[in-house]
Design a protein around this ligand. Structure first.
Ligand code: PLP
Length: 409
């Protein structure tokens, strides 16, 4: 038996700093509500309910492999060809080596952060932001330096002077999500060019998360950072099949950059993790059979859902939101003081005609403490009738909550 004193091993500060997901943390309360027989409308998570397209599902039925082997770490030739064809249709011509297969957009984010910055460096971005940026920044040892954007401006980008003011010697990259989760904002070409010019002027990378590229409403057009001429060294694009093809579970995405050094670093990271998911890469090329009618159908469906929610919610007294322009999320301001408490109360203390809603409190989408306390993020990934019903439930819940908590302002 050892006689040395026992010292407990302790988890790293990185591990301790890892934030819990604000989207999932209320799940136990939702499960309890369901056990009590309450129907819960999930407006909290971006899991699309549309079917994964049949040509992709069909691919699996044709799989003959007897060994599910590792694929090349940068992706199978078939999947890479698929990506080149997909970008080609967008008018973006890529050379071999400029696109890398990843395990979802999530892995592309992590690779991009780790290739563009060192531990202790900073990512300049805007808030509210996609909450998992906080997780990936923590994993890479980076800090997020967000500039606040406001609902009154439709959460559009701040003026250049504000970016200049926020910049520090540790800033290595600018991170934008376009179309935006959680705000539903679509940045104009002028905004994107402004961000890219700022990066070029200061020797920063421009990491552009475009996983919602096609989700644009009211005839808006998509501007990929990859389509900008003259920013080849700065731009790193994060992409994913999850939302585009309602295929979140296959875990497939891509990192695209024309910067050979970043591409090289990401390729070596990819070698270290061996291989992106093989079955997913087998499924993906099925999407080549999908024509413009597929994308058109999906966009029409989400635009209808957006309209239903926007029309319904904007009629509720005290609720403020601007009409979202893209993706399938928005941030709404409510007449409450603590949306974390409101979201929990909806699940544990409230039901209207046997139903309630689960929403994501917005505080988890901000880095700056104290922001977003009167806001929630809503994802519209339910059928229109359910969304209409969810609005009725929220309309009944708000006055009931304010009464229960004695809120009069
Ligand atoms: C803005 C944004 N980026 C990246 C991702 C990562 O998606 P995935 O890893 O499923 O491709 C998501 C998922 O919700 C997202 O909303």
């Amino acid at each position: 038996m050892s006689t040395t004193a026992r010292t407990a091993a302790h988890v790293s500060s990185r591990g301790q700093e890892m934030p819990a997901s604000p989207i999932r943390k209320l799940m136990p309360l939702a499960d309890e509500a369901k056990k009590r027989g309450v129907k819960v409308y999930h407006l909290n998570i971006g899991q699309p309910d549309l079917e994964t397209p049949e040509p992709m599902r069909r691919r699996l039925t044709t799989l003959k492999d007897k060994v599910y082997a590792y694929s090349p770490s940068n992706g199978t030739p078939e999947y890479l060809d698929f990506l080149h064809a997909y970008y080609g249709k967008l008018g973006i011509t890529l050379k071999p080596g400029e696109v890398l297969a990843t395990t979802g957009g999530s892995e592309a984010l992590l690779f991009a952060f780790m290739a563009c910055a060192d531990p202790g460096d900073e990512i300049l971005t805007v808030e509210p932001l996609y909450t998992n940026y906080r997780s990936f920044a923590a994993m890479a040892g980076l800090s997020l330096l967000p500039i606040v954007t406001f609902g009154e401006d439709g959460f559009h980008l701040p003026a250049r002077a504000e970016w200049e003011k926020a910049l520090t010697p540790k800033t290595r990259l600018v991170l934008l999500c376009n179309p935006n989760n959680p705000t539903g904002t679509v940045y104009s070409k002028e905004e994107i060019v402004r961000a890219a010019e700022f990066c070029r002027d200061h020797g920063l990378f421009f990491v552009s998360d475009e996983v919602y590229r096609e989700f644009l409403y009211d005839g808006r057009e998509s501007v990929s950072a990859l389509s900008l001429a003259g920013f080849e060294d700065e731009v790193v694009v994060v992409d994913s099949l999850s939302k585009r093809f309602s295929a979140c579970g296959i875990r497939l995405g891509a990192l695209v950059t024309r910067n050979a050094d970043v591409a090289g670093a990401c390729n070596r990271m990819a070698q270290g993790r061996l291989s992106p998911p093989g079955l997913a890469q087998y499924i993906a090329p099925g999407a080549l059979e999908l024509g413009p009618e597929y994308y058109g159908g999906v966009i029409r469906e989400y635009q209808k859902r957006r309209d239903t929610l926007y029309d319904g919610l904007s009629k509720i007294p005290g609720v403020f939101l601007r009409k979202p322009e893209g993706a399938f999320y928005f941030i709404a301001r409510l007449p409450v003081q603590d949306s974390d408490d409101f979201a929990a109360w909806l699940l544990s203390d409230f039901a209207f005609e046997g139903k309630t809603v689960m929403v994501a409190p917005a505080s988890g989408f901000y880095v700056t403490p104290g922001l977003g306390l009167d806001e929630i993020r809503i994802a519209y990934v339910l059928k229109e009738d359910d969304l209409r019903d969810a609005v009725r439930v929220l309309a009944a819940a708000l006055p009931a909550y304010r009464k229960a908590k004695g809120i009069t302002s």
